[in-house]
Design a protein around this ligand. Structure first.
Ligand code: A3P
Ligand code: MG
Ligand code: MG
Length: 388
């Protein structure tokens, strides 16, 4: 149990930051043994409203409906209410964790949980072996045997994200516009040219209402990688039909450039790695991709069964491992190895006083308790090298 249920253990009581000693975590050393991953089960869900205030309701949940053919994804750009980028703290996820590990809604013992994190952080961990461009940093804290992982963004990274070039900004908008065309507020969609309340009569057919990126619906799930239990939270784009508290209706929406040749196809197949793990972690079974022209006109949509993506790519490559763009087992094995290392290291070196710390850890371990660290650790990932 956290001392203060509303404060992030990471942002709230940060004492010091230590860098992990450089480990032997080059990707070549990853064993290829397969690490089982348990089907995620929803524990709770919550919404952020137009003020980005968290509420434990499904008010922001949207329902899938097919987009109109040839939709213009630039539509409504000037009306986009864009939430500024900031530090992505774990606080609101912790409120959800408190609800499911304490009191009347208790569904799980926090003592059993090995890792608490947003889905984005775990996706970064899982895709790290194939990430060759973007480095990242992560804050890590160990409390009563549970690791809390949080993305660490520097001031300049936040500023950069808030000052992106207009062309890139427009491309980002296409993704959100696709979500608007593909969703309604009601599980039984009205005729496609009818207003759903948030759109106006002058709006184009099938438009779901102007984009407000403050509004999000999040699912919090429990799952297990190897022997480690996880609580993971993340945004789910919509549900295909009534949401019944299970993951089977979840849908992830994505946009991508139309594929014009072999090079584009290869690029898309590499992108599928992120689509796959992002969806896999919350148990989202279906990914609907809207292919668009460079100027934002929707051309086709294609639906992928998340769990079939690795097989689809293997089949396409004629089962020659060296031509398969990525191997999900290697990602799971690396993530598992990294977390094992992290837990051992953070436990071993967690106390501020090293001489006192070794004995107290030994004592704690002898008594069967997991020691607690009040130190915030900083992990930094370097593409093609590993994490330290
Ligand atoms: P597309 O993925 O369709 O391009 P998500 O797909 O995760 O639901 O995110 C919705 C949209 O947010 C994305 O649409 C993209 O426009 C934007 N987005 C998400 N993550 C991003 C990132 N790391 N950088 C830039 N844009 C991002
Ligand atoms: Mg989303
Ligand atoms: Mg999406």
């Amino acid at each position: 149990t956290l001392d203060s249920p509303t404060a992030s253990p990471i942002s709230g009581i940060m004492k010091s930051v230590q860098f992990l000693p450089y480990p032997n975590l080059a990707f070549q050393t990853v064993p290829t043994k397969s690490i089982p991953f348990q089907q995620p089960m929803p524990l709770t869900s919550f919404s952020y409203d137009s003020q980005h205030t968290q509420e434990f309701s499904d008010s922001a949940l949207r329902y899938y409906r097919p987009p109109p053919p040839n939709a213009q994804l630039g539509y409504g750009y000037e009306h986009w209410i864009r939430r500024p980028e900031e530090r992505s703290r774990v606080d609101s996820l912790l409120k959800a964790v408190d609800r499911v590990t304490e009191g009347q809604h208790k569904k799980m013992n926090l003592a059993e949980v090995g890792v608490v994190a947003w889905r984005g952080v775990v996706t970064r961990l899982l895709t790290a072996p194939y990430e060759d461009r973007e480095g990242w940093e992560m804050n890590v804290m160990l409390i009563n045997g549970t690791l809390y992982l949080e993305e660490h963004r520097t001031e300049s990274q936040i500023m950069e994200k808030n000052n992106i070039k207009p062309q890139h900004r427009k491309m980002m908008y296409y993704g959100y516009a696709f979500e608007s065309y593909c969703t309604t507020e009601h599980s039984k969609p009205a005729a496609s040219n009818q207003s759903d309340g948030s759109s106006h009569n002058s709006d184009v057919s099938g438009w779901g209402g102007h984009v407000d990126t403050n509004i999000q619906w999040c699912s919090v799930v429990r799952t297990k990688l190897g022997d480690t239990k996880f609580i993971i939270g993340g945004e789910v784009d919509c549900s295909d039909g009534q949401y019944k508290g299970t993951t089977d209706t979840f849908v992830e929406l994505k946009t991508s450039m139309v594929i014009r040749g072999a090079a584009d196809e290869q690029k898309f197949e590499r992108k599928l790695l992120k689509f796959y793990f992002q969806s896999f972690l919350l148990g989202v079974p279906k990914i609907i991709v809207g292919f668009r022209t460079p100027s934002g006109q929707l051309t086709t949509t294609q639906s992928f069964q998340t769990m079939q993506i690795p097989r689809m790519l293997r089949d396409k490559s004629g089962h020659k491992t060296n031509t398969t763009p990525w191997n999900p087992s290697l990602c799971l094995a690396w993530c598992h190895q990294f977390l094992t290392y992290l837990k051992q290291t953070v436990v071993r070196d967690s106390d501020d006083d090293p001489s006192h710390q070794k004995d107290s850890v030994k004592e704690e371990v002898n008594r069967g308790h997991s020691p607690t660290s009040t130190t915030v650790w900083r992990v930094s990932f370097v593409p093609r090298e590993g994490a330290r």
